[in-house]
Ligand binder design. Structure first.
Ligand code: AHR
Length: 503
């Protein structure tokens, strides 16, 4: 059997992992809200109309933060439409997705849902069709105690206590021509600066995310970050990154190497942030909010048809990618990349949470099930808390059309607060098991508590409502720790979680 080695030392760490890297995203898009988290006629609906079966699946993911309400949607959204008596809320055309938004679920309802889901709300303001004035007003509405027009309106609308929203996105993908009121980097940077300044004057405790490029391959990537940051560096805390991958050429080895692109993207944005900081002689570091990431391509063609056929309908089933096993492997590899860059990546939101390019799927009036990608996210969120270690991994490699020397084994490790160590590893080899060997003597006397494996013989295998466990985690075939030396066989094409604890 081929062998990969991982050098680990408990003093060799990247730093404390911000749990918000296991965040998610819900946009007023497709069936994410209506028919996803919310379906008042569903047998499991609670008194607020939220599906309890979906809530249970969300809770198992232990999502620390959820970005809301968009996405592209937010660039034409009037936040005021979404508060106050439901019967008076306007129905509006959503020009992002060519559907109708009923505003039946709005800020108060979603804040209640977040409370129940034990998650923090990350709110995006509209810097497309609206601007700094609407942005500072919603901070006052959501976070100010009372005694002013907007805060008293919140109280009148039923929320005596402020929502206390800490993390705010200054618009969404403003570099993209598809965005309502798309801007140049300089225009956006200046609007973000003024909006951010006013928002922080209302509540100095908030944190702000400015829009980076909507993708690494945008023609303006790089200059957008540099010029935008030059305008608003002092006012903001994070730059956003968005990235989606697809296996469009049906080439699994290529597809599974895509997190190398992700790593390059992150490192380049970090360099640009630091370069701008350098020109400003600033002591401040701008960190990254990777607030949209996933695999997204399965539903693209179908969506074009749907948008033509059912324009302006409510909760059109858009972006309903059905994920297969190879998608789950790439998602695992992407999570490993976030952990390895967790000194600068402080927030990451899988896009999205329910039905829309999502780990959780529902049928209206019917069941809920976990897509393949649910599992690596759940494992990382559950066991990837504490300190990210900085391993040196040596693995046999392969060449594919996009990359040379792709390691078959991609792996990283996390040390928990009680001395436990968890290794996350993907074996990208299509046909060979690989032995992972690691010297753990520096951690004291560790033993394997559990080896969890996600594998399927068919890379295109999916989960469905009637076959929800087709791709599901299983017990690995063991491994040993002998005299502090770990040896674990990583099956071909597998996602592995190796949990170790003190004897
Ligand atoms: O997550 C789906 C869409 O992808 C979001 O609305 C947008 O920000 C991105 O292009």
């Amino acid at each position: 059997m081929k062998k990969a080695t991982m050098i680990l030392d408990r003093d060799f760490s990247i730093g404390r992992i911000d749990p918000r890297i296991y965040g998610s995203f819900i946009e007023h898009l497709g069936r994410a809200v209506y028919g996803g988290i919310y379906e008042p006629t569903h047998p499991t609906a609670d008194k607020n109309g939220f599906r309890r079966d979906v809530m249970e699946m969300v809770k198992k993911l232990d999502v620390p933060v959820v970005r809301y309400p968009g996405g592209n949607f937010v660039s034409g959204f009037n936040w005021e439409d979404s508060v106050g008596p439901r019967s008076e809320r306007p129905r509006r055309l959503d020009l992002a997705w060519f559907t109708t938004e009923t505003n039946e679920v709005g800020l108060h309802e979603f804040a209640d849902w977040c409370k129940e889901a034990n998650t923090e709300l990350m709110y995006a303001v509209n810097l497309g069709s609206r601007g700094p004035d609407a942005a500072r007003n919603i901070v006052e509405y959501a976070n100010h105690k009372g005694g002013t027009y907007w805060s008293d309106l919140r109280i009148k609308n039923g929320a005596k206590d402020p929502f206390g929203i800490k993390l705010w996105c200054l618009g969404n993908e403003m570099d993209g021509p598809w965005q309502m009121c798309h801007k140049t980097a300089k225009e956006y940077g200046s609007v973000a600066r003024e909006a951010g300044k006013m928002m922080k004057w209302v509540d100095p405790s908030i944190e702000l995310v400015a829009c980076g490029s909507s993708a690494y391959d945008m023609p303006t990537f790089g200059t957008w970050e540099y010029e935008m940051l030059t305008e608003c560096y002092d006012e903001i805390d994070y730059v956003s990154l968005h990235r989606y991958y697809g296996n469009r050429t049906n080439n699994t080895p290529d597809f599974l190497a895509r997190n190398m692109d992700l790593d390059g993207f992150i490192k380049t944005v970090v360099s640009i942030c630091d370069a701008v900081g350098g020109t400003k002689h600033s002591k401040k570091k701008i960190n990254l909010s990777f607030d949209e990431w996933n695999v997204w391509y399965h539903s693209n063609e179908q969506d074009e048809e749907l948008k033509k056929k059912d324009r302006w309908s409510v909760a059109l089933p858009l972006l309903e990618d059905i994920y297969n096993f190879e998608d789950a492997l790439l998602v695992g590899a992407m999570l490993i990349t976030f952990l390895r860059n967790s000194d600068r990546v402080k927030v990451a939101c899988m896009a999205q949470l329910v039905n829309v390019i999502a780990p959780i799927m529902t049928r209206n009036g019917g069941g809920v099930w976990a897509q393949t990608i649910y599992w690596p996210l759940m494992h990382a969120s559950k066991y990837g808390r504490g300190t990210a270690l900085r391993p040196v991994v040596k693995s046999p490699t392969y060449d594919c059309s996009d990359y040379e020397q792709v390691p078959f084994v991609d792996a990283t490790a996390v040390q928990g607060d009680n001395g436990e160590v968890t290794i996350f590893a993907v074996n990208r080899s299509l046909d060979e098991d690989i032995m992972l060997e690691s010297d753990l003597r520096g951690f004291g006397d560790l033993e394997i508590v559990e080896h969890i494996v996600l594998h399927h013989d068919d890379v295109k295998a999916i989960n469905t409502e009637t076959n929800p466990d087709n791709v599901a985690p299983a017990k690995g075939n063991g491994g040993t720790v002998d005299g502090g030396m770990l040896n674990v066989p990583l099956g071909k094409l597998s996602w592995n979680v190796i949990r170790l604890a003190k004897k």
